[in-house]
Design a protein around this ligand. Structure first.
Ligand code: HEC
Ligand code: HEC
Length: 452
């Protein structure tokens, strides 16, 4: 806990110090330019202090390398992962793929309030754009890597309803999939042995009478491990694909370049309204306290005090997430991690639960947020305007735990709300290459086809 709290306070402390200094800069325009010789000299409408703060938000570099996934930069793995991401055979009814709830045309989220696979999901599917920059996955941080995350949807009865032995059988039986898989990960177990490898088996700890669980428990421990290995190899390949789903180089980034270089033409990438919105984002709005750094998130969890919605159950958020990720055999310290003593492993080791975790959810990135309505963990708001109005009024009855104290009603005018929304829309990055947004013709990568 110590390290978690320290990191958290560290981040917030710095942001608070910076943003209170920004608040002091709210001098009228004339006064500000008059003092242009001082340390707070005006650049456009931004002071030197604001400029420093802005420069921390751009550019967005390459995603950090996930050391727990040895195939993350491997093109062959990314191609296999991309193929499987769009493959509906990985579901109970042959109709659902990852893309069913993470649609490329909707910023890899969906327009519906909740996701829909075999049945409805309890939360809204987050965007997968720039997901590789996160440390914790899911709204409650119940997993700690992209590859560990994907085990959940594959087997969840409301998402894809598949089983891990079913997955291994599918890859074994399909010549192309098997070729792609074995080129990267080595030989599959002998799945032709139906005694050892039942068609449908997976652990279902909450329902020991479940046929899938019984089939799983009846398997030899080394066969269960072999299947877990196939499962996690597949999800690592999917993670290699998802790591490429980066959209950056937004108008905001051009503006920041211009600000640093004193290039007026580049600074014109933001409209006047967007610049005012940025000013509010850093100052009066205090948004940057949590939506900080080049991916616009502090990577931690907060309770905004959102009220109930008809379509949502009570949700403990991070409180349950901490337990789940600590116990998972697929976390960074587990047997399937490719580096158990790295940074991710340490995060797990020092993780404990505190009463503050009740009703907390992960701060989402704001890059590309224009593309992914509705918003929040439960699809609470249909539009960005509704989101900003919420922060302005904070007029919802807190459902669980208590609202973070740093949040105060902002009392924004309609014009100010429009400006913040306009600013958020300046964070939409360059489109992905078309070939990343659909299923490739084959799971075997071009490079591999050329050198069989
Ligand atoms: C039926 C809808 C559905 C399907 C199918 C689905 N997901 Fe999701 N996905 C969700 C929902 C809902 C969440 C949020 C879960 C939570 O917070 O507990 C989520 C969360 C995620 C996240 C976490 C993102 C973040 O920033 O925290 C990733 C990554 C992800 N899904 C990838 C996948 C992959 C890969 C597949 C296929 C193996 C997949 N999803 C299939 C609905 C779905
Ligand atoms: C105390 C930390 C904090 C502050 C301050 C904060 N946010 Fe957030 N923001 C979050 C968290 C946490 C969520 C997700 C909450 C949830 O789903 O329960 C979120 C969600 C959002 C979303 C929805 C994104 C999505 O993909 O669903 C937007 C947009 C947003 N914030 C914009 C802003 C703006 C604009 C401000 C300033 C007016 C701001 N935030 C201030 C933490 C914060």
């Amino acid at each position: 806990m110590l390290s978690r709290v320290a990191t958290y306070l560290g981040i917030v402390g710095v942001a608070a110090a910076l943003s209170s200094s920004v608040a002091c800069d709210k001098a009228p325009e004339a006064e500000r330019s008059a003092s242009s010789a001082s340390a707070d000299s005006v650049v456009g409408v931004f002071s030197e202090r604001e400029k420093k703060l802005i420069e921390r938000l751009s550019p967005l570099g390459e995603p950090p390398v996930d050391e727990t996934n040895a195939v993350v930069g491997d093109e062959r793995a990314a191609t296999l992962g991309q193929f499987l991401f769009f493959d509906t055979r990985l579901s109970q009814n042959n109709k659902i793929s990852c893309a069913s709830c993470h649609e490329p045309d909707h910023g890899f989220s969906v327009a519906a309030t909740l996701g829909h696979g075999i049945a409805g999901t309890p939360r809204h599917p987050p965007s997968l754009l720039n997901a590789a920059y996160h440390h914790w996955y899911n709204w409650d941080g119940s997993t700690d890597s992209l590859w560990a995350q994907a085990v959940g949807p594959l087997e969840s009865p409301v998402e894809m309803g598949f089983t891990r032995t079913g997955l291994a059988h599918l890859i074994y039986a399909d010549a192309e999939l098997r070729r792609a898989y074995e080129a990267i990960f080595g030989e599959l177990p002998d799945m032709s042995d139906a005694e050892r490898f039942p068609k449908e088996a997976r652990p279902v700890p909450a329902e020991p009478e479940h046929a899938h669980d019984r089939a799983w428990q009846a398997m030899a421990p080394e066969d269960r491990q072999a299947v877990n290995r196939v499962l996690t190899n597949v999800t690592k390949a999917m993670a290699a694909y998802q790591t490429k789903l980066v959209r950056k180089d937004a108008p905001f980034d051009t503006f920041v370049e211009g600000l640093s270089e004193g290039d007026e033409a580049k600074m014109a990438a933001l409209s006047e309204s967007q610049k005012r919105g940025l000013d509010l984002f850093l100052g009066k709005g205090n948004c940057v306290q949590c939506h900080t750094g080049p991916n616009f998130t502090d990577g931690t969890f907060h309770n905004l005090g959102l009220g109930p919605r008809d379509w949502l159950d009570k949700d403990e958020g991070r409180w349950d997430g901490v337990t789940k990720v600590s116990k998972s055999e697929f976390n960074a310290t587990g047997a399937y991690s490719d580096k158990i003593d790295g940074k991710r492993g340490q995060w797990i080791e020092f993780l404990t639960r505190t009463s503050e975790d009740h009703g907390q959810f992960k701060t989402p990135t704001l890059r590309n947020v224009e593309l992914t309505a509705p918003y929040m963990h439960g699809g609470h708001f249909e539009t960005l305007e509704e989101v900003v109005r919420f922060y302005s009024l904070l007029d919802e009855r807190v459902q669980l735990g208590h609202r973070e104290e740093m949040l105060v009603p902002l009392g924004l005018s309609d014009q100010e709300i429009d400006d913040v929304v306009a600013f958020l829309k300046s964070l939409t990055g360059e489109p992905l290459p078309d070939e990343l947004t659909k299923q490739p013709a084959s799971p075997v990568s071009g490079a591999q086809l050329a050198n069989p």
